[in-house]
Structure formats: structure tokens, C-alpha cells
Design a protein around this ligand. Structure first.
Ligand SMILES: Nc1ncnc2c1ncn2[C@@H]1O[C@H](COP(=O)(O)OP(=O)(O)OP(=O)(O)O)[C@@H](O)[C@H]1O
Ligand SMILES: [Mg+2]
Length: 214
């Protein structure tokens, strides 16, 4: 489902990482760990076609992202990808249900029942009509998770999705991510600093400046 080959990322003369190669199969759950600043979010953004890299290739479902223009990348993201950002990126002027339903709307497949089911799965039923500013950080994080899952993407990329949650809620939300991914045969890539979150994965990879290893 996802293949990263010999990826390198630099800012000018400064190399963030190089020689990063990994594969994630459909239905597989891979955790990526590593020190703060080593490039985990950058790598995830590259996988989503949201950032540029300097060497190597990324294939999503066999498609080389570098062969796609911006519009084609956006379309691939919309159809195939769910992304939970480290900083949520919830839209402030849409209510919770509208935020969660946005991927379905963009695909012209609105589905209020599916939106409600996702809100319930992450423990936010009843909050659909609230605006993001009326939610706590942990609630916002769960909005972002519900939105990433709502359209049953084939590839799920989650950047520290439980960083703002208490242990019990974190465990519950991770279970939602994992079970939804498994149910739809999606590949799940989770960036985390949490040992217990990483412990749920089929494989744990450690990112370092000179590569990524199991
Ligand atoms: N525009 C930029 N110019 C130069 N360096 C940058 C730029 N953006 C990010 N960096 C650097 O790239 C590195 C990777 O950042 P990234 O956010 O991917 O780290 P991370 O592993 O996700 O860290 P954390 O665990 O804290 O979230 C960092 O050292 C950061 O300082
Ligand atoms: Mg990060």
C-alpha cells in the first residue's frame, strides 16, 4: 500500500534524514518513533504528498507521488488518505459534525449517519453542533481522528494522535483507529512518543538521521 524508497529530506545544507526506506502493507499497523525534531512529522507529510523531498521515491498504492501534479496529489489524498495532524487543523467556522463530514462532502458522498457513528466511536456524540472553539484540546483531537476515518481511507497517517488525551481516552481512541483501519483493510502509520501506543502496532520503526530501522 505504501512504499518509501531511500528518502532524503534537507533544508539547504542541513539534512533532516536520509536513506529512509519502508513498506506498509494493506491492513498493517506500523508505529514510527524517534526523538523530537528527527523528522517524523516531515516524513508523514511527505507520505501524504504535502511536503517535498530531495532524494528517493514514495509510492502510494503503486503510484509514484513525484509523477503527480498538485491537483492529482490532492485528488489522491481526498480518495485514499486519512490524515490526523499533530496540530489538528480543524476548520474553526464549521461545527464538529461538519468538520467530521467534510471528507465525505468533498467526495460528494454526504452521510449524516456515518458522521454520527464516527462521533460516537470517538466519544463525542452530542457535541456535533458545537464549534471547535467550544471544545477542549482532547476533544478537538478526537474530531480530527473521526474526520480522518469517516471516508474509510486505504491509508491512514496519524501524527501523535493521542498526545492530548488522558490514558483511558487515548487507549479508547487508538482502539478506534486500529479497528477502523483493520475493518477497511487500511494501512495505518502512527507517529508517537507513547510506548503503550507503539506497543499496539504490528511493527515499530525508529527514525534516525541516517535511516529507519525496526
Ligand atoms: N522550514 C524549515 N527550515 C529548516 N528546518 C526546518 C524547517 N521546518 C522544520 N525544520 C526542522 O526539521 C526537523 C524535523 O521536524 P519535524 O517536525 O518533522 O520533527 P518531529 O520528529 O516530528 O518532532 P516532534 O516529535 O517534536 O513532533 C526539525 O529539526 C525542524 O527544526
Ligand atoms: Mg512531529
Amino acid at each position: 500500500m505504501l512504499e518509501v524508497q531511500q528518502l532524503a529530506k534537507r533544508y539547504g545544507e542541513v539534512t533532516v534524514f536520509r536513506d529512509v526506506s519502508l513498506q506498509v502493507a494493506a491492513g498493517e499497523f506500523v508505529a514510527i518513533v524517534g526523538e523530537s525534531g528527527v523528522g517524523k512529522s516531515t516524513l508523514l507529510n511527505c507520505m501524504a504528498g504535502l511536503d517535498h523531498w530531495d532524494e528517493g521515491r514514495i509510492l502510494v498504492d503503486g503510484t509514484d507521488l513525484s509523477t503527480l501534479d498538485d491537483e492529482a496529489r490532492a485528488l489522491l489524498r481526498r480518495r485514499e488518505l486519512g490524515f490526523v495532524f499533530q496540530a489538528f487543523h480543524v476548520l474553526p467556522h464549521l461545527d464538529v459534525a461538519q468538520n467530521v463530514g467534510l471528507p465525505l462532502l468533498l467526495l460528494q458522498r454526504p452521510d449524516a449517519a456515518r458522521v454520527q457513528a464516527m462521533l460516537e466511536a470517538v466519544g463525542l456524540s452530542g457535541l456535533g453542533a458545537r464549534l471547535p472553539q467550544e471544545l477542549s484540546g482532547g476533544q478537538l483531537q478526537r474530531v480530527a481522528i473521526a474526520r480522518a476515518l469517516v471516508h474509510r481511507p486505504r491509508l491512514l497517517l496519524a501524527d501523535e494522535p493521542t498526545g492530548n488525551l488522558d490514558p483511558a481516552t487515548a487507549a479508547r481512541v487508538l482502539e478506534v483507529l486500529r479497528s477502523q483501519a483493520r475493518a477497511s483493510g487500511a494501512a495505518l502509520v502512527l507517529v508517537t512518543h507513547s510506548a503503550s501506543a507503539a506497543g499496539l502496532a504490528d511493527r515499530v520503526l525508529r527514525l534516525q538521521a541516517d535511516g529507519i530501522r525496526g
